[in-house]
Design a protein around this ligand. Structure first.
Ligand code: CO
Length: 296
C-alpha cells in the first residue's frame, strides 16, 4: 500500500473512533434515534469525512442494519442495549467500528463480553494468521462469560469503496483452515447474545447498495441511480439521504431500483430467539508485517 493511501485509511480510522466516542457520549434516555443518526452524520462531515455506510443503530434483539428512516419515531429508552456501528470514508478508504451502550445505565456483563472478546483479538491478531484462532478467541471469551457468540455474523475484509470484500471472520472456530489476508484491511466484530446465537432477516431496512448495472426506463429512477453510482459507488447509503436530495419521489424510485435488482436493500437482522445482542468492532490495517488498529 502506498503511503498516501495508507494515510487515508489511518485517517478514516481515527475519524471513526472519534465519532464512535462522540456518539456514545450523547446517547440519552428519550432521545430520538433519528436525532442521534443526524448528529453522527454531521460529526463525520465536520471532521472532513463522508460515511462508509449509514449509521447502524440497532437496539436489543436487533443485531445490525437498523438505520432510522426519514420520519423515524423510535425513541431510545433507559436500559436499551444500543449498538452504534459506524465508519468513515476518505476517498473510499474506510473504517468500520462499533461500540455498545446501555442507554442511561452502566455497562452490563453482556456488553463486557463482546468488548473483552475484541480486546483479546487485538492482543493476538497477526497478518496472514489462521482465521480459526480469531473465532476461537472470540467464542471462548464470550462463552466463559455465560453468553453465546453469534455464529452467522462476523468480521470481513475491506477494500477501497467496499465495506465487505474477501474473507469472512466468524465469531466461532469453524475449523475452516482459512487464512487472514497478509496485506490490507480487515474488521473484526464480536457479537455476543443472551439468545441462541443466530440472526435472521427481519423487516426490510433503510440501507441500500448498488447491486448491478440495469437499464431503467423510469426517468426519475434512472437519475437517482446515476446519482447513487457517482456519489456512493459500491458503498451502502440511506434512503433518508436520497430523500434529502430528491424529495419523497425517492421512495418510489428506490422501490423500482430494488425490484429491477439495480439496488440491494439490506434487511434488519434480528436475533432469532429474541436474545439481547452486544457488539464491538475495530478496523485493522496490515502493512509489511505491521498491525495498526486504525479505530483504537
Ligand atoms: Co463491520
Amino acid at each position: 500500500m502506498d503511503e498516501e493511501e495508507k494515510e487515508k485509511w489511518i485517517r478514516a480510522g481515527r475519524i471513526g473512533k472519534e465519532v464512535r466516542e462522540y456518539a456514545a457520549s450523547i446517547v440519552r434516555p428519550d432521545m430520538k434515534m433519528l436525532d442521534l443518526a443526524i448528529k453522527i452524520e454531521e460529526k463525520f462531515y465536520s471532521l472532513g469525512a463522508k460515511l462508509a455506510f449509514p449509521p447502524n443503530l440497532s437496539i436489543n434483539d436487533l443485531a445490525a442494519h437498523y438505520s432510522p428512516k426519514f420520519d423515524d419515531q423510535l425513541i431510545l429508552r433507559k436500559g436499551d442495549t444500543l449498538k452504534i456501528d459506524i465508519g468513515a470514508s476518505i476517498d473510499g478508504c474506510l473504517s468500520d467500528t462499533a461500540t455498545t451502550v446501555v442507554v442511561g445505565e452502566k455497562s452490563t456483563p453482556l456488553v463486557d463480553a463482546s468488548r473483552e472478546a475484541l480486546e483479546n483479538v487485538v492482543k493476538i491478531i497477526k497478518p496472514g494468521m489462521n482465521i480459526d484462532i480469531i473465532g476461537e478467541t472470540i467464542e471462548k471469551t464470550i462463552r466463559d462469560r455465560g453468553f453465546s457468540p453469534i455464529v452467522n455474523l462476523g468480521g470481513h475484509g475491506l477494500t477501497k469503496y467496499n465495506v465487505h470484500e474477501g474473507e469472512f471472520i466468524p465469531n466461532v472456530n469453524q475449523s475452516s483452515g482459512k487464512k487472514l489476508r497478509s496485506e490490507g484491511v480487515v474488521a473484526v466484530e464480536p457479537f455476543a447474545t443472551t439468545g441462541n446465537g443466530y440472526v435472521i432477516d427481519s423487516t426490510p431496512g433503510e440501507i441500500f447498495m448498488f447491486q448491478s448495472k440495469r437499464s431503467i426506463r423510469d426517468k426519475v429512477a434512472r437519475d437517482i441511480l446515476d446519482y447513487i453510482e457517482s456519489e456512493y459507488r459500491t458503498l451502502p447509503f440511506s434512503r433518508r439521504w436520497i430523500i434529502d436530495k430528491f424529495g419523497k419521489v425517492a421512495n418510489y424510485a428506490l422501490d423500482v431500483l430494488v425490484n429491477s435488482k439495480a439496488l440491494y436493500r439490506f434487511p434488519v437482522l434480528k436475533e432469532e430467539s429474541g436474545g439481547i445482542v452486544s457488539q464491538f468492532e475495530h478496523t485493522f490495517l496490515f502493512d509489511k508485517g505491521e498491525v495498526i488498529v486504525t479505530t483504537a
